[in-house]
Every structure is written in structure tokens, then in C-alpha cells.
Design a protein around this ligand. Structure first.
Ligand code: NDP
Length: 259
């Protein structure tokens, strides 16, 4: 991880769970990024308290308002990040924000299908579109050949629950809207890899493991991974990725997962 030299990173949904863990580990690196942009829905509210405490100790942490279902909020976030970066680009965009609804095939609703899709698929699409100019700038300004996460990359936080082959944890919950959304996010990742690879931007879908967060909590069984374990794994995997991994679906240990 020490060899992972990212100058700037933005994490969505950074006020709790895996997103907050990513922000903490980026800030704690021996060679931290010049800018860590932690986006959350309500930077002024109680839910952002941990981020605010971190920002008081880390001048390279900027808290950015970003609601993933609101195109205007996403555009405003990109503009704010650009102000901070001045003439540099953004190296790493981590589309981490996501929601799940504990519905079954019987109880699933049109409203939840739409909301989960809007958050988990349309959100990452629009966020990537809005930050594309900054990612391109990072790629163009980098002396590194090929593709890498330290040059310019989009990391979409997916789930093995969206793997049509593996259908992770079906017995624990059908979560139909969530599974469909992550399968769609995997397709979005593949499309982004084809569309943006030529611009020097790597796109990857990452399954963080089953993690002890609000989302990962189950009444019947405890998730095996702490946030720290998952995030450490992810941050070990990201620097190993290159052109050959563009558009792949990998887990927190770097294992390629089937679609
Ligand atoms: P949490 O529920 O703990 O946190 C979700 C984060 O996303 C919160 O910061 C939340 O903000 C934010 N968020 C939700 N909706 C929006 C929105 N519309 N706009 C902006 N931010 C939003 O989830 P995890 O940390 O567990 O999950 C992070 C990612 O990892 C998700 O994409 C999830 O699908 C994926 N994942 C998690 C697994 C696990 O076991 N935990 C397993 C596989 C994948 P707020 O506090 O405002 O609600």
C-alpha cells in the first residue's frame, strides 16, 4: 500500500461504513494523497460528525456535499472539487454510496426498484460523467503509461450479490432490487471500461466482501469482515490493477469474480 501514490481521491458515501473506512485509511497512509474528498449527503449534519472531526486534524481532507440521486448536487460537487484541485485532475473516483432494501420477490415494490437503481446505478453513472473531465485531466497530466488507479480510475463498489453466477448469500436475503442494481452496476463498469479506457481511465467493479456495516448487518449471522479488513484488502488490490484488469469484477482480495 505504501507504493500506492494517489494524489487525489474522491469517495462517495464517506460518512459511515466502508466509505468512511476508505477515507480513514487514505489519510493514515505514510504517503497520503494531497487531497481526500469525502462526499456525503449532509456535511453540516450530525451524520457527518466523524468526518468533521477528521477534517479538523487533516487539512488535506475536504468534505463535499453529494446526493447521488440529484444531478444538480453531483454537478455542484464536481465544481467544488475542481476549485480545490486548481489545475490538477482527480486520480481516483470511488463510487461507494449505495443502499439496499430487504425485500423478497413477493414484497419488492416499484418504488424500491426505482430508488435502489437510481442510487446504485444512475448515481455512479452521473457521478462518473460529472467527474470525467477531472479524471481525463489526471490521465493526461500523468507520465505513467497504460492504466492504473494512481493515474486515473473509476472504482464502482459492487457486490457479489449481483453476480448472476454466484448470487452471494441468497439464503440470507433475496434483496431483489439490490441484486439487480449491482448486476447493472457491473454492466455500467464494463461500458465505462470500453468508453473511457482510451482516455487513460481504468474502470473496475469491486466487491468489498461481507462487511460489518449498517448495510452488512444481519440479525441471523455476523459479517466476517471488519471495515478495516475490507478496506485494507481493497487498498492492497487497487495498486495492482492495470490495463489487463480494465472492466473486470474483483473482490477485496483481488480475486476475479464471475458476472
Ligand atoms: P452503509 O449503509 O454502511 O453506508 C452507505 C453509505 O452510502 C452512507 O454513507 C450513505 O449515506 C451513503 N448513501 C446512501 N444513499 C446515498 C445517496 N443517495 N447519496 C449519497 N450517499 C448515499 O453501507 P456500506 O458501507 O456497507 O456499503 C458501501 C458500499 O459497499 C455500497 O455500495 C454497498 O452496496 C457495497 N457493499 C457492501 C457490503 C457489505 O457487506 N457491507 C457487501 C457488498 C457490497 P447516509 O449516511 O447519508 O445514508
Amino acid at each position: 500500500m505504501a507504493g500506492f501514490n494517489v494524489r487525489s481521491v474522491l469517495v462517495t458515501g464517506a460518512n459511515r461504513g466502508i466509505g468512511l473506512g476508505l477515507v480513514k485509511q487514505f489519510l493514515g497512509k505514510s504517503n497520503p494523497p494531497e487531497w481526500v474528498f469525502a462526499s456525503c449527503r449532509d456535511p453540516k449534519g450530525e451524520r457527518a460528525q466523524e468526518l468533521k472531526t477528521l477534517a479538523s486534524r487533516h487539512p488535506n481532507l475536504a468534505i463535499i456535499a453529494l446526493e447521488a440521486t440529484d444531478p444538480a448536487s453531483i454537478k455542484a460537487a464536481a465544481a467544488r472539487v475542481e476549485e480545490h484541485l486548481k489545475s490538477s485532475g482527480l486520480n481516483l473516483l470511488i463510487n461507494n454510496a449505495g443502499i439496499a432494501r430487504l425485500n423478497t420477490l413477493e414484497s419488492e415494490t416499484a418504488e424500491d426498484m426505482s430508488l435502489v437503481y437510481a442510487t446504485n446505478v444512475t448515481g455512479p453513472l452521473l457521478v462518473s460523467q460529472a467527474f470525467l473531465p477531472l479524471l481525463k485531466k489526471a490521465a493526461q497530466g500523468s507520465p505513467q503509461p497504460g492504466l492504473s488507479c494512481s493515474k486515473a480510475a473509476i472504482v464502482n463498489m459492487s457486490s457479489e450479490g449481483g453476480s448472476i453466477t454466484n448470487l452471494f448469500a441468497w439464503q440470507l436475503g433475496q434483496v431483489v432490487s439490490y441484486r439487480c442494481s449491482k448486476a447493472a452496476l457491473n454492466m455500467l463498469t464494463k461500458c465505462q471500461s470500453l468508453g473511457y479506457g482510451g482516455d487513460g481511465i481504468l474502470s473496475i467493479a469491486v466487491h468489498p466482501g461481507w462487511v460489518q456495516t449498517d448495510m452488512g448487518s444481519s440479525p441471523s449471522q455476523q459479517a466476517p469482515l471488519t471495515v478495516d479488513m475490507s478496506v485494507q484488502g481493497i487498498l492492497n488490490v487497487l495498486p495492482t490493477l492495470s490495463k489487463k484488469d480494465n472492466g473486470a469484477f474483483v473482490n477485496w482480495e483481488g480475486k476475479v469474480l464471475p458476472w
